[in-house]
Design a protein around this ligand. Structure first.
Ligand code: SF4
Length: 508
């Protein structure tokens, strides 16, 4: 046997041993698997223009969408508040998915509970599940706040959260004045970014409703759903400190998804304090780092009299310039010299590497704000976007993308794909290939099938570690994105040139 107590092999090597390869062949024969010729023929067809047209015309079926469901975003937003327990009214399996999805990306546990609705609750309603669940969660985990969102099952049967919560308070399972923000997050519409927005709005409404605003000069920033939140939120706080700006991050997950290993388990860590969330009502303005993650929350901020501004995942030079100029405009403070220097360093690095960056073609997929921000940075590098796809992007996003692409001759070949999935992206890349693909770990199947190198730069990244610890926003973050892209370009070049030895150079 290839495996023994003295010689433990990892599965990646173990299953390549002759015994296992023979076993896989026997299994395939037993299952009447298709012949290699039939697979090759089908692959050729799937890569054709004829198949692409059928694939893009598909309406009733989604295959591998580049988005997740609403309550995942609500859970992410909830855990960004101090000692807050994310609480899903719905099925246990949904909550297990949210926890595992976030834990696989951040390599940290994510605390979230559910009302464990099963068949009986689906028929008779989930009132008792919610009343008992709140009492248990409050007693066992002792959070400072429980943030309630819903999964499909509760939404399909139309459970009335507001009435159920009132009943839970009346029954004494939760104190009358205990904060219980809520968000309806039906997953048959929207995506995780809609759920994020709904929960942020739910928390702010919980603390703001009925209170008189006493305006001050502080700012609020809503980071949005972000797989790089640990690095980005810290970078944001560093930039704000350089500026000397008093600011509240609304939902800050940077500590809870990066707890140290020092012998103490922290179910809760860091986060926006409930006092700060309450006081955020008085801020002069609320800024969203990702417009499509914060539309309802910004409406709420505007409705109480705050100024608002929205960005699209600001990466690179121009987007960071605009963000800093907005901070300067709102606070009346000049942009610090230290940040001006950082800008110069990013521009210098881009110029140093321009020979490798210029003219490269990219396809990008992900959340609408990420695809916008990434495309803008790609254009700044003198590279050419080809397919820009956002499953959860809408018509407004499409229009904004087209306006952006029109600002540069490098955008001339780009096509914007709204609401399409990664199976559609496969057809696009098979028929109109590009040099590089930027997206999440799910792009690795496209990389394998089509031979287009994948650069992992957005959520979820399951198969690489610790990317989220480093920022991609701001000038410093832009430098990291630049290095990530360059490393991939030069790694690919080394592999290709090593085949012949021609141009396998030491200096690039
Ligand atoms: S789509 Fe609905 S059923 Fe599926 S995990 Fe999300 S909430 Fe649960």
């Amino acid at each position: 046997m290839p495996q023994s107590a003295e010689r433990i092999k990892d599965h990646a090597t173990l299953f390549n041993e002759p015994e296992y390869l023979a076993l896989f062949e026997r299994k395939k024969a037993l299952e009447c698997g298709a012949s290699a010729e039939a697979v090759a023929e089908q692959t050729e067809y799937v890569n054709s223009w004829e198949y692409r047209e059928k694939n893009l015309a598909r309406e009733a079926l989604m295959v591998n969408p580049a988005k997740a469901c609403q309550p995942l975003g609500a859970v992410f937003a909830a855990v960004g508040f101090e000692r807050t327990l994310a609480f899903n009214h719905g099925s246990q399996g949904c909550t297990a998915y949210f926890r595992s999805h976030l834990a696989r990306h951040f390599k940290e546990p994510c605390a979230a509970v559910s009302t464990s609705m099963t068949e009986d609750a689906a028929v008779f309603g989930g009132l008792q599940n919610l009343v008992d669940g709140l009492a248990n969660a409050y007693t066992v985990y002792k959070p400072n706040m429980i943030a309630i969102s819903t999964t499909c099952i509760a939404e399909v049967i139309g459970d009335d959260l507001t009435a159920f919560i009132q009943r839970a308070r009346k029954d004494g399972s939760i104190p009358e004045d205990y904060p219980l923000p809520q968000a309806h997050t039906p997953s048959f519409v929207g995506s995780h970014i809609t759920g994020y927005d709904a929960m942020v709005k739910g928390v702010l409404s919980n603390f703001w409703n009925g209170k008189a605003r006493e305006p001050n000069d502080r700012l609020n920033i809503i980071p949005g759903f972000d797989g790089y939140a640990v690095g980005n939120n810290r970078e944001l706080k560093r930039i704000l400190a350089e500026f000397g700006v008093d600011c509240t991050l609304i939902s800050d997950v940077s500590e809870v998804f990066d707890t140290p290993t020092d012998g103490a388990y922290r179910m809760f860590d860091g986060g926006t304090t409930l006092e700060a969330a309450t006081a955020a009502l008085n801020a002069k303005a609320t800024i969203a780092m990702q417009q499509y993650c914060s539309e309802k929350s910004l409406e709420l901020a505007a409705s109480v009299g705050q100024e608002t501004a929205a960005f699209h995942y600001p990466m690179g030079v121009g987007a960071t310039d605009e963000f800093l100029m907005k901070l300067s405009e709102l606070t009346g403070k000049p942009i610090p010299e230290s940040l001006e220097k950082e800008r110069g360093r990013l521009v210098d690095a881009m110029a140093d590497s321009s020979a490798w960056l210029h003219g490269k073609t990219y396809s990008i997929f992900g959340d609408p704000d990420f695809v916008y921000g990434m495309t803008r940075f790609v254009l700044e590098m003198g590279a050419e976007p080809i397919h820009l796809l956002s499953t959860n992007g809408g018509k407004a996003w499409e229009a904004q993308m087209k306006t952006l692409l029109a600002t540069s001759p490098a955008g001339a070949k780009a096509q914007v794909w709204v609401g399409k999935d990664l199976w559609a992206m496969r057809s696009l890349l098979a028929t109109e290939p590009c040099d590089l693909l930027i997206g999440s770990s799910y792009g690795k199947y496209l990389e394998r099938d089509l031979g287009i190198p994948l650069i992992r730069l957005t959520f979820p990244i399951f198969d690489r570690h610790h990317h989220h610890r480093f920022p991609v926003w701001g000038y410093a973050g832009g430098l990291r994105v630049l290095v990530t892209i360059l490393d991939k370009i030069l790694d690919v070049l080394d592999v290709e040139t090593a085949k012949t030895g021609i141009s396998f150079d030491l200096v690039r």
